[in-house]
Design a protein around this ligand. Structure first.
Ligand code: B12
Ligand code: SF4
Length: 472
């Protein structure tokens, strides 16, 4: 049988410089179907268009496919539904299956656009669904044993050219573990993959590394959310990587604890870890508590220092707009980022991902003032912050980037590149936030930048932005 998978394009591509990194859900499931003898093609819309909404035309393979799977995160949910609706309209008998982070949190919303929706991990149910044995409308996936997950078949990705046996994609995507023992209130990882950390056997990960290396990759990105959550198991893998003595530089996401283990830092350095993505989030201790981050400011400082000393570049990730954040604490975090020693930094505005604790709380307090999923990307203020106005918070994000990336010419160039597109899309949004903030002030909902009453009166939402507020 023929199966197509689609990763919808995001509405605003603030991350265009990383646009080649695919979400791996389609790849894991596509690989399993291919291994079962089916023909599979995966379309990442950023690379190869799957559907042209202007001409209402689909890629020829999608027209022929027996079923189509579409992966979603919240930011791409509208596009996913648009594509799914168009398939069902043009080819009513073609099966459309939605999966991924967003629809796992809101399956009832998603099922209005598809034949089936998968909640959670898809590996244990994908064959039954696509081969037609399972026709339940909402299917609950189950947590997989990482050792049973096959190495990814990258050739299924359409448009990723094979050039002299070298895939024209810089970073080899590898996932060695799923799950995270922590439970940060803004993060959807624990809801999706659980708090039990499941790591693949070191030999199997090495097998996949060697496969990618032999395909020509010299950089790898481990998609793990908390690489090294189990220090001892990670050490076993790193020893093997060092022993293989490859010309391969790799990176992944870590928690600050990693730097407290000298032996681990030494292994990271010797195994050619090039960049560590660190979830710093804030240097306001109260904000760290709000996020349930379970790390101290001291931990953050030590971590960046130790990794720098080990010649591992640090990419720090910050979230602005915690319950305890005000203009001063945000400014302090921005100042810290500039002087911290991080090579690069990424700033997000706190936003409620469906399925997270934060989402539940904000919904209950009626503080979400934008329901359009297009804006759920961390670059837009969409909930009423407590101690800063929505407009000022948005301005702080722009200021954070300008401030961080203005210290060296290289950094300045990077910021220009990355933020050109983003700023364009944001101008209209800023104008709206200024207007909205003025209205909130007039109504006494915010006073001196502080939220005075619980929740938001929905009649305050301006009509001209009604498209953004169409959902309940
Ligand atoms: C790599 C990564 C990126 C990369 C590339 C992402 C891309 N192509 O979109 C970069 C760095 C660019 C990035 C950027 C962003 N990311 Co990101 N990213 C990840 C990360 C770490 C790994 C993604 C992945 O491949 N996971 C592994 C696969 C196996 O998991 P999965 O996709 O959920 O698939 C499983 C199931 O969902 C299901 N499934 C999935 N698809 C389908 C389809 C079908 C048909 C079926 C049946 C089943 C099914 O089965 C799969 C196998 O079990 C995740 C965290 C995570 N662990 O998932 C965050 C994550 C996806 N990112 C997230 C976010 C918010 C963002 C950003 C908005 C930035 C930000 N502020 O954080 C941007 C937006 C990017 C965009 N597309 O517009 C959130 C999304 C939450 C949400 N509901 O929206 C996540 C979950 C992290 C978090 N904080 O909670 N990201
Ligand atoms: S933010 Fe990182 S540490 Fe916190 S729960 Fe998510 S993956 Fe775990």
């Amino acid at each position: 049988m023929k199966f197509a998978f689609i990763e919808p394009k995001p509405p605003f591509n603030a991350y265009f410089f990383l646009k080649k990194l695919p979400l791996l859900g389609n790849l894991f499931l596509g690989t399993m179907l291919k291994n079962a003898g089916h023909t599979v093609k995966i379309f990442k819309e950023n690379i190869i268009p799957a559907y042209n909404e202007k001409t209402d035309e689909f890629h020829p393979f999608i027209k022929e496919a027996d079923a189509v799977g579409i992966t979603t995160i919240t930011h791409t949910a509208n596009r996913a539904y648009q594509v799914a609706d168009a398939i069902k309209r043009q080819f009513p008998s073609k099966k459309v299956v939605l999966g991924g982070n967003h629809v796992s949190a809101l399956p009832e919303e998603a099922i209005q656009h598809a034949d089936q929706v998968v909640v959670g991990e898809g590996e244990n149910v994908v064959l039954d669904i696509f081969e037609g044995r399972n026709t339940d409308r909402i299917v609950n996936g189950s947590r997989v044993n990482m050792n049973d997950v096959p190495p990814l078949e990258l050739k299924l990705l359409q448009g990723y050219r094979l050039k002299k046996d070298r895939i024209n994609m810089r970073h080899a995507p590898i996932m060695a573990s799923r799950g995270c023992p922590y439970d940060c209130n803004f993060c959807s990882v624990t809801k999706m993959f659980g708090r039990k950390y499941r790591i693949k056997d070191a030999d199997l990960v090495m097998e996949e590394v060697m496969m990618r290396y032999n395909e020509g990759f010299r950089y790898a990105f481990f998609y793990d959310d908390n690489f090294a959550a189990n220090h001892e198991k990670t050490k076993i893998f790193l020893e093997k990587l060092i022993k293989a003595d490859l010309d391969l530089i790799w990176s992944s996401q870590f928690r600050v604890e990693v730097a407290k283990d000298k032996e681990l830092v030494d292994l990271l350095q010797r195994s050619k870890c090039g960049t560590a993505f660190i979830g710093v989030e804030s240097i306001n201790p109260k904000a760290l508590e709000d996020y349930n981050k379970r790390q101290s400011v001291e931990d953050v400082k030590n971590c960046i220092k130790i990794l720098n000393e080990a010649d591992i570049k640090v990419h720090s990730m910050y979230i602005l707009g915690a319950e305890s954040d005000d203009e001063d604490t945000i400014e302090e975090t921005i100042r810290f980022s500039r002087n911290s020693g991080s090579r690069t930094a990424q700033f997000s505005i706190l936003f409620p991902i469906p399925g997270t604790k934060l989402y539940g709380e904000m919904k209950e307090q009626n503080r979400i003032f934008i329901n359009d999923w297009n804006y759920y990307d961390g670059s837009h203020t969409i909930i009423l912050p407590k101690h800063i106005t929505p407009y000022r918070l948005q301005k702080k994000l722009i200021h954070a980037y300008k401030s961080f990336y203005s210290t060296t010419i290289l950094k300045w160039l990077m910021s220009r590149l990355g933020f050109f597109m983003w700023k364009l899309t944001n101008r209209k949004f800023l104008k709206y936030l200024r207007y909205f903030t003025r209205k909130l002030r007039k109504e006494g909902i915010i006073n001196n930048g502080i939220l005075t009453i619980k929740g938001l009166k929905t009649e305050l939402i301006p009509k001209k932005f009604s498209a953004a507020f169409s959902r309940k």
